[in-house]
Design a binder for this molecule. Structure first.
Ligand code: NDP
Length: 285
């Protein structure tokens, strides 16, 4: 490991809780391989003091932060300037602290999602057909914006609470439509991709039973959840012969532009961060 000196660049991830975040594993592996004088640390401020935490970093103490639950929306609100993807997603997963004390918000989740499709479903063309997003939280909104920007002719948001899906439609425009859970089979008809962006089952062991058999054989199915790596949703898609993309690939791909924003260079390609992340979550490749 390269020595960390007094000149070291510092970046990190902020969340509550943050202890399960894989970001320190990814970024510190890249830092080590690139022999950078840098460190990437986890931060878990009390949620009610998040604004004070961010303000305290305006002094230039650190280069930037990745932001995870539950702070992504608040991070955007606290920033002085935001990228177009962050504004469209209404959430930031990256904060960059500039030398003049201002804070720039970005969102690399959408780019990470598209890069994960490119890596694991190389034949997939976002412009080729309708894309279905399951869920209407922050991750769903960012995914809908990314697919709309990538040329999807139609984005169908399917959510338990219809009004939340409709709010995304209103924000993102006419190519984005909203449906309730009972219309999932209709939404899957003719779909080029289906993305699970719900948090169902994360805490309560509940598994959502979507009618994936209504999807065309060429449809690509993606799950943002990556613990376990092969979620019941992805296993079901595979059993139906559909191509799949996993949430870990999205997590890794969103980290690439984050690393560039913090450390001013691309992460070294030779490190197998996927293997490191799989080991950290105790999963099989
Ligand atoms: P939110 O809490 O903002 O949204 C959760 C969504 O899930 C809502 O639409 C909610 O519906 C729906 N939902 C929750 N429980 C159920 C249920 N039992 N039945 C039906 N719908 C349900 O979460 P986020 O948008 O921030 O994150 C969503 C998921 O994406 C999480 O699992 C997160 O870990 C993952 N994620 C993964 C990333 C990656 O890099 N792989 C990046 C970002 C997120 P309702 O509106 O009706 O409450």
């Amino acid at each position: 490991m390269s020595p960390i000196t007094g000149k070291a660049l510092v970046a990190g991830v902020v969340g509550a809780p943050v202890r399960h975040s894989l970001s320190p594993v990814l970024h510190n592996a890249w830092i080590e391989a690139a022999r950078l004088d840098a460190v990437y640390a986890p931060f878990a401020p009390p949620p009610e003091r998040f604004a004070a935490f961010v303000d305290g970093l305006r002094g230039g103490a650190i280069a930037g932060l990745n932001v995870t639950l539950p702070f992504k929306e608040q991070a955007l609100a606290l920033a002085d300037e935001a990228s177009s993807p962050a504004a469209k997603a209404a959430a930031a997963n990256v904060l960059v602290f500039r030398a003049d004390g201002t804070v720039f918000a970005d969102n690399t989740d959408g780019a990470g999602l598209l890069a994960a499709f490119a890596a694991q479903a190389p034949g997939f063309d976002p412009a080729a057909g309708p894309v279905v997003i399951l869920g209407a939280g922050g991750a769903a909104r960012g995914a809908a914006a990314a697919f709309a920007d990538a040329g999807a002719p139609e984005v169908r948001i399917v959510n338990r609470t219809l009004s939340r899906a409709q709010a995304i439609t209103e924000a993102l425009g006419s190519r984005v439509g909203a449906l309730g859970l009972d219309r999932a089979a209709t939404a899957f008809d003719g779909a080029g991709a289906i993305v699970n962006a719900t948090s169902a089952g994360l805490a309560d062991g509940q598994v959502l039973d979507f009618p994936l058999e209504a999807a065309p054989k060429a449809c690509v199915v993606m799950d943002m959840v990556y613990k376990p790596l092969r979620t019941p949703f992805l296993a079901r898609a595979e059993a139906l012969g559909l191509a799949t993309v996993d949430g870990l690939e999205m997590l890794i791909r969103q980290a690439v532009p984050s690393f560039e924003a913090f450390f001013g260079q691309a992460p070294p390609a030779e490190v197998d961060v996927r293997a490191l992340a799989l080991a950290a979550i105790g999963a099989q490749a």
